[in-house]
Design a protein around this ligand. Sequence first.
Ligand SMILES: Nc1ncnc2c1ncn2[C@@H]1O[C@H](COP(=O)(O)OP(=O)(O)OP(=O)(O)O)[C@@H](O)[C@H]1O
Ligand SMILES: [Mg+2]
Length: 448
Amino acid sequence: MNVTEVLQCADQLVFTKTGKHLDDVQKSVITGVYQGKTYDEIADDCKRSESRVRNVGRQLWQILSKQLGEDINKHNFRSTITRLNTTSPQIINVASNHNFNFCSSAYQPNNENSNSNVNHKSLYHDLTLAPKITSFYDRTTELQTLSHWLTHQNTRLTSVLGLSGIGKTTLVKQFVDLNLQKFDVVIWKNLKLSQSLDGIITEILKCVNDDCIQTDNKLTQFFNLLRQQRCLIVLDDFQELFIKGELAGEFKTEYKNYQNLLTTIANIEHQSSLILISQEQCQEMISLDEELYPIKCLDLQGLDNTEILKKWGLKDDEAWAEFSDMYGGNFVDLKDIASLIKSIFGGKVADFLKEDSLVVTKDMKSRLTELFKRLSPTEQQILLQLSKFDVPVSREDLRQSLSLSSMDLMNGLESLRQRYLLKRIEGEQVLFDLSLVVREYVRSCCQD
Ligand SMILES: Nc1ncnc2c1ncn2[C@@H]1O[C@H](COP(=O)(O)OP(=O)(O)OP(=O)(O)O)[C@@H](O)[C@H]1O
Ligand SMILES: [Mg+2]
C-alpha cells in the first residue's frame, strides 16, 4: 500500500466513526508513523509540539482500534494495516482504490449518530460525485425533517427542491455525511454528468454486485437490491432530464423511463430511499396523500440565519436581516454581493443599502439567464408582465393584461411555481409576485 491509500483508508475509518475527515495534524501522524518516523520527527514536520502530536496519535489509535476490531498503536499500525490489506482486502482496497467505503459483515459501525437498531450487513459508499462539505451553517430544521422522513418513516422517494444556489446539494450531502451509518449502500449520482437510466442502474449494480450482474432484467435486479439492502441513492440535478422551453417537469422523450422508476420505487415494498435534488418539480414527485404513498417534498427556502455574514467579515449587523431578505437568503447570491460590499463599501452593509438599488451581479445574471432559457414562451410572457408591477397581482389582473387563454395562464402560473420563480400570497384571493432579484433581472435583461 502506498501512503495515499493508507491515508484514504484511515480517513474513511475515522469519518465513519466521528463524522469528520482527518485534519492536517492527523494526516501528518498517519503519514509519519507509516513511514517509521518518531513523534518528535513528525512534530518537526508539521510544526506542532511533540506532546500535541502524541495526543493526536493516541486518539487516532483508539478510533482505529474500535473500527478495525484490533488493538492498534504506533508500533503495530503499519504491520496491521499491511496485514489487513492482504488478509481482508475488502476493508482496505475498496475504500482506497474505488472511493467506496466497504466494511465486511463482521464490522459493526459505532458512530454516535447511528441508529443502533439498524442491522448492518455491509457498507458500500460511492460519494465520488458528491461535493465535500467543509463548512455548514444552519438548516437544523431541514436536517431534522430529512432525518425523520428517511430514517424513521422510511420514505421511499424524497425530493429536495428549490431555486439554483439555495443550498439543496449542500443540505443533502450534509444529511448523507451525518447518516452514512444507517444505510448499507449509499450512492450519489449527478445527472449533469450522465443521464441514461440504464447506465446509472448498471453502475449501481456493478459496484454493489460486481460478479453477478446479468445484462437483461437490470431493473428487476435493481429493485431486488432495494429490497435486500438498505440503500440510499441520491440523484442530483434531476432537472437535467426535463425539456427546456416547455412547461416545468416534462421529461425528455429518451428519459421517460425515469417516470416508471419513480412510481415503482414509491409503490413497491422495499427498505431503501431515493433522494432527488432538482430545481424543477415534476408530477411524480408530488403525492396528494402522503399517508398512502411514501413520498415527500422538501421545498428549500433561503437561509434565515445571518451569522454567516459575520463569518464573511461584513459590518453593521443591524442591517444584515434586511440585506439577507433582499436576496431571498440565497446563499450564492449573498456570497456574491458580500464580496462586492467588502471590496466597494469596506464591508459596510448599511452603506450598501443606502444606495437603494438592488444589484444583480454578472454571475447572478448568467445563472438567471440559464433559468430563463428553460421557460416556455407562456411562462416568459407571464414573468415579463409580472415584472412591470411593484405589488402582487391577481390572476384576473394578469389575464386582462396578457393575451393568454385562461388555461394557458393557469398552466403557466403553475409551471413557474414548480420552478420556484413565483411567490404566492394567500388571502381572500391568491396574489402572485416575483422575488426582488428575479424582478430586477427581468426588468433589466429580458425586455427584448
Ligand atoms: N447551509 C450551508 N452552509 C454553508 N454553505 C452553504 C450552505 N448552503 C449552501 N451553501 C453554499 O452555497 C453554494 C450553493 O449551494 P448548493 O450548491 O447546495 O446550491 P443548489 O441549491 O444545489 O444549487 P443548484 O440548483 O444550482 O445546484 C455552495 O457553494 C455551498 O457551499
Ligand atoms: Mg445543486
